[in-house]
Design a binder for this molecule. Structure first.
Ligand code: FAD
Ligand code: SIN
Length: 528
């Protein structure tokens, strides 16, 4: 029994956080904090599904190879093996939790996505994430050892620096969090902390990620002293709906997996033939996203066309009910004609560096899911490998914490949040202006195709804004918007620094100044 109210603090209530919570709660008292509501992360938005070798004709080696081909050789093989070999067990556990995966007779129905040489994606129609999030949340709500506190925006990790007597070490003891209802900053202490706070997609103007994907965990860990790696590897999804009102609706890659084709709306050309004649629309995501971007820029288009209307209408409605309904509401009938699509930021491949035990550089801090760089994705994530990583590393974090529990001591006396020198902001417009500015220049200067000059321009803007935001942060009471702005800026800095450090093009990092791929794949590791 520890002296704090909870044994373990988990930051994030998505697939990674709740998986860890459920595994820990057999013996530990777990507190889960979430910014906004409990299903506000990317997990609930996942469409396509979860990759796992479940078909007799498929092998782990196939899945490993596909993952490493997509990742352009930057993956760490031992991580890839670890995750892929644990995938079938993760799916079993989700079935036990009641996730109603689609079936074909008694077997699970397996769909296909880009970069996969076999059908191996289990799914719940085209709304897999919603079903997974609901099942995990239900299990967590039913568990008396888990307390779920939504509406808590963590600001920073509590470390040795915050001890009443400075201990000088980076041991993590929990986090300071803004209660979004009362406006007060709370201190949540625990013997172990798990960061499961998702990605940083919202650093880009166009992103499929939810509003809260502002890189908070990555920035908090970096400020506390963790290394981060491969932050330049930002994944762009090739097919986000182009619509003037609905800005970030994904059209799942499974549409291409089930036969969808890409066309230039002006010339009518099925252009993937030119970019990847063998794999066509099922080439890995970086290749298809670059092809779409190239067509749009070359022909001055607003969008390209994704067309699956050659398949029987019943087939389309059955496989993609959510997308079909959503598009119909916008006046697009995907059974009859093409869908206008554009590339948009989709996934953060880089993040807090972790090992197979989900440990970070700091004692007392574990991390799992999209906020991490585990070595699974390398230079480009293979479709539907992300939820899988959340389950496997959520479990790994829990296992390691339980194994070393007796070595983890209770938190010492630590300082409360000090608000004595700040006042309420009278200039909220500053936050809005800076949010918009960051997201614009990141899209324009640090997007799908990069140059050193554009990256340097972005670095210059980041430096100016950092001075402004630091000054603002030092004078005014924190709000969720301010916390997010600070973290977006920090994430942008890490992305640009990493991009400038990579003198080659590999996977998602494509620069006109270094178009070649070097013989040896090296991680970009930033040290605080
Ligand atoms: P998330 O699910 O994003 O959860 C993050 C949690 O952290 C949230 O609870 C949030 O509130 C909390 N949080 C964040 N900041 C703070 C803070 N400061 N304080 C407190 N709490 C905080 N992957 C697949 O494998 N298959 C798919 O089909 C698929 N489809 C996708 C479709 C879309 C539209 C998107 C955007 C992503 C998709 N992905 C897919 C990727 C996948 O959904 C995510 O990578 C994965 O869900 C991330 O899970 P997570 O637990 O790491 O974080
Ligand atoms: C999709 O359904 O296209 C997204 C799958 C993923 O991001 O893995």
């Amino acid at each position: 029994m520890s002296g704090t109210a909870y044994d373990v603090l988990i930051i994030g209530s998505g697939a990674a956080g709740l998986t860890a919570a459920l595994a820990l709660a057999e013996t530990k008292r777990v507190l889960v904090l979430a910014k906004g509501d409990l299903h506000s992360g990317s997990t609930a938005w996942a469409q396509g599904g979860i990759a796992a070798v479940l078909d007799a004709g498929d092998t782990f080696e196939n899945h490993i190879r596909d993952t490493m081909v997509a990742g352009a050789g930057l993956n760490r093989r031992e991580t890839v093996e670890f995750v892929i070999e644990n995938a079938p067990r993760s799916i079993e556990r989700l079935i036990e939790l009641g996730v109603p995966f689609n079936r074909e007779g008694k077997d699970l129905h397996l769909t296909r996505e880009g970069g996969h040489s076999h059908r191996r994606i289990v799914h719940v129609a085209d709304a897999t994430g919603w079903a997974v999030q609901a099942a995990l949340l239900k299990a967590a709500e039913d568990n008396p050892n888990i307390t779920l506190l939504p509406g808590r925006a963590c600001i920073d990790l509590v470390t040795g620096r915050h001890g009443e007597r400075f201990s000088g070490n980076g041991r993590v003891w929990g986090a300071y969090a803004l209660n979004e209802v009362t406006g007060k900053v709370e201190k949540h202490l625990a013997r172990a902390t798990v960061l499961a706070s998702g990605g940083a997609g919202r650093v880009y103007q166009f992103s499929t990620a939810p509003r809260g994907a502002t890189g908070d965990g990555i920035a908090m860990a970096w400020r506390a002293g963790c290394r981060v790696s491969n932050m330049e590897m930002m994944q762009f999804h090739p097919t986000c709906l182009y619509n003037l009102e609905v800005k970030n609706f994904l059209v799942t890659e499974a549409v291409r997996g089930e036969g969808g084709r890409l066309y230039n709306p002006v010339t009518g050309e099925r252009y993937m033939e030119k970019y990847d004649p063998e794999r066509m629309e099922l080439a890995p995501r970086d290749i298809v996203a670059r092809a779409n971007d190239d067509q749009i820029k070359r022909y001055g288009l607003d969008y390209v066309h994704l067309d699956i209307s050659h398949q029987p209408p019943e087939f389309v409605r059955e496989h993609f009910p959510t997308i079909y309904e959503k598009l119909l509401g916008l006046g697009i009938d995907m059974t009859k004609g093409p869908i206008p699509v554009v590339p948009a930021q989709h996934y953060t491949c880089g993040g807090v560096l972790i090992g197979l035990d989900a440990r970070t550089d700091l004692p007392g801090l574990w991390a799992a899911g999209e906020c991490t760089e585990s070595g699974l994705h390398g230079a480009n994530r293979l479709a539907s490998n992300s939820l899988l990583e959340c389950f496997v590393f959520g479990e790994a974090a829990a296992k390691d914490i339980l194994e070393c529990w007796d070595e983890l001591s209770d938190p010492p006396a630590t300082k409360d949040w000090d608000e004595s020198r700040v006042t309420d902001s009278d200039e909220e417009v500053v936050i809005k202006q800076n949010w918009t500015e960051i997201r614009r220049f990141m899209w324009n200067y640090v997007g799908i195709v990069r140059t050193t000059k554009r990256l340097e321009r972005a670095a210059h803007r980041i430096k100016l804004l950092t001075n402004e935001v630091d000054d603002y942060y030092g004078h005014f009471r924190v709000t969720t918007d301010l916390i997010e702005l600070r973290n977006l800026l920090q994430s942008a800095e890490l992305i640009v620094k990493s991009a400038l450090a990579r003198h080659e093009s590999r996977g998602l990092h494509f620069t006109l100044d270094y178009p070649e791929t070097l013989d040896q794949a090296r991680d970009t590791v930033l040290v605080p």
